[in-house]
Design a protein around this ligand. Structure first.
Ligand SMILES: [Zn+2]
Length: 471
């Protein structure tokens, strides 16, 4: 009997953990960190709900924290098997897991210091979920396999990865499980599904027919703006900011979005569509992430290969672009006169060096702050996008006089029409059912109805810890 059981991201959008149980083997697809309020996150991340030592193998669809951030904890709890992924996902996951270990260690240190200074009986100081050593041990467990190469992940089970077009190295996974009398059951996992025509990455690849599909539903009730030309909009914003004599500050997630911005600015600069001006990428993590992009041209789309690699050029380097790692150099950017572009993390302006650039630049009406990613509730980014007149940065009040803009063109997640189109290219005659994960209940209900109308026989949302038997 083959079963699917979700232990994370069932009815929510973070902490993906899905167990494919074939009776003989237990394969965990993704092992993501739950991100949310401290107490709830602690509870959900501390225990898995299953025994890590009982797993046969793991598969990592991509290197986002909410899909790979708990592998170090899994290894710490005794998991000794392999973690199968594409080569690029291994590298992205390595960077993301080590960064997460650092943040957790710093967070625990901060809470411990605060408790010593001002002891409160109700305040619990937690140990980090894992440290850098655990992250490195998890990294050692990775076994990489390229797109399209069937891989024997467990006895009687093969997996083939296909490009999901979501972030560098991201994959959908198609498992084939050998059954008695030569029969075979095919189960697909979307991981996170990307979009067509995004910079650098290839379009999401179709998957060969499956009997069952475990499908993400993040934007199950949303449609992206249809003709949002990110390159064109970026050009306009740069030109307008230069005309005002200001600087353009782009808070950006270090892995993926920052490289997209560099790629687009490189093209605009080369084609003379924006004036000559310095561009700074000010984030040590973004610098490391860009090195990973450079190391994986096998993940690039035709356009990137033809426009850059075939010309002997790197998409991630041009004469006006500077990568900043040293703090002293980062501070010197403030002394510059005249227009410039600063790309810095974090993408929701919650932490990182972008806060220094915002505190320095938010009060100047010549400047523009451009958000290019999703802004979570109660983040500084959300407050700015919502039009706050005044914000606090490092505890100090700042009047918002800079122009604040938000571009919605760069989502890495397919909307419901795009998910539907991808699902429809599967053989719907063979497809027995779609199990929804990684979405809020409202989004899932909407996507379920949409898929049913598209001809999928059975669609249901997986409930946490409640297995569904695949016949
Ligand atoms: Zn993702």
């Amino acid at each position: 009997m083959v079963r699917i059981e979700s232990w994370g991201a069932a009815g929510e959008v973070t902490g993906s953990k899905h167990l494919l149980d074939t009776g003989r083997n237990r394969i965990l697809v993704d092992c993501g960190l739950f991100q949310g309020r401290r107490e709830e996150a602690r509870r959900k991340n501390e225990s898995f709900g299953f025994d890590p030592r009982g797993l046969t193998a793991c598969l990592a669809t991509h290197g986002h924290l909410d899909h790979c951030g708990l592998y170090p904890r899994l290894v710490r709890e005794g998991y000794q098997g392999s973690i199968v992924s594409t080569p690029a996902t291994r590298d992205v996951a390595g960077l993301v897991m080590l960064d997460s270990a650092k943040i957790q260690t710093q967070d625990a240190d901060y809470l411990r210091r605060r408790q010593r200074k001002d002891p409160q009986p109700w305040r619990t100081v937690y140990e980090p979920l894992y440290d850098a050593r655990d992250a490195r041990r998890a990294l050692e467990r990775f076994v990489t396999v390229s797109y399209g190469r069937p891989f024997a992940i467990a006895p009687g089970v093969e997996v083939t990865l296909h490009d999901a077009g979501h972030i560098l190295g991201s994959a959908t996974a198609r498992f084939t499980i050998r059954r008695e009398a030569g029969a075979e059951l095919a189960v697909g996992f979307t991981g996170d599904l990307g979009r067509r025509n995004t910079p650098i990455l290839r379009d999401p690849e179709p998957m060969p027919p499956v009997d069952w599909l475990v499908c993400e539903s993040t934007y199950g009730d949303r449609l992206h703006e249809p003709a949002c030309d990110g390159e064109q909009r970026l050009e306009t914003v740069v030109r307008e900011t230069v005309e005002r004599g200001g600087r353009l500050i782009i808070p950006s997630f270090a892995v993926g979005r920052t490289q997209e911005m560099i790629y687009l600015l490189h093209g605009l600069h080369r084609d003379g569509r924006i004036p000559e001006l310095p561009v700074f990428v000010d984030s040590p993590m973004a610098v490391s992430a860009t090195a990973i992009f450079r190391a994986h041209p096998e993940c690039f789309d035709e356009e990137t290969i033809e426009d850059f690699l075939d010309q002997g050029e790197s998409p991630f380097a041009f004469d006006r672009l500077r990568y900043v790692t040293q703090v002293s150099e980062s501070k010197r950017i403030n002394d510059l006169r005249g227009p410039c572009i600063i790309i810095s993390s974090s993408g929701m302006a919650e932490a990182g060096r972008v806060l220094h650039h915002l505190s320095h630049g938010i009060g100047d009406p010549r400047n523009t702050v451009l958000f290019v990613g999703f802004q979570g509730a109660s983040t500084l980014g959300r407050r700015l996008v919502d039009g706050a007149d005044e914000v606090r940065i490092f505890g100090e009040p700042h009047a918002v006089r800079a122009r604040v803009l938000s571009l919605d063109c760069f989502s890495a997640h397919a909307d419901y029409a795009e998910i539907g189109a991808w699902v429809k290219q599967l053989d719907l005659g063979r497809l027995k059912g779609v199990l929804l994960v990684h979405g809020e209940p409202g989004a899932q209900a909407h996507l379920a109805e949409f898929l049913r109308q598209a001809g999928v026989r059975r669609v249901e949302a997986l409930a946490p810890g409640r297995p569904v038997v695949l016949d």
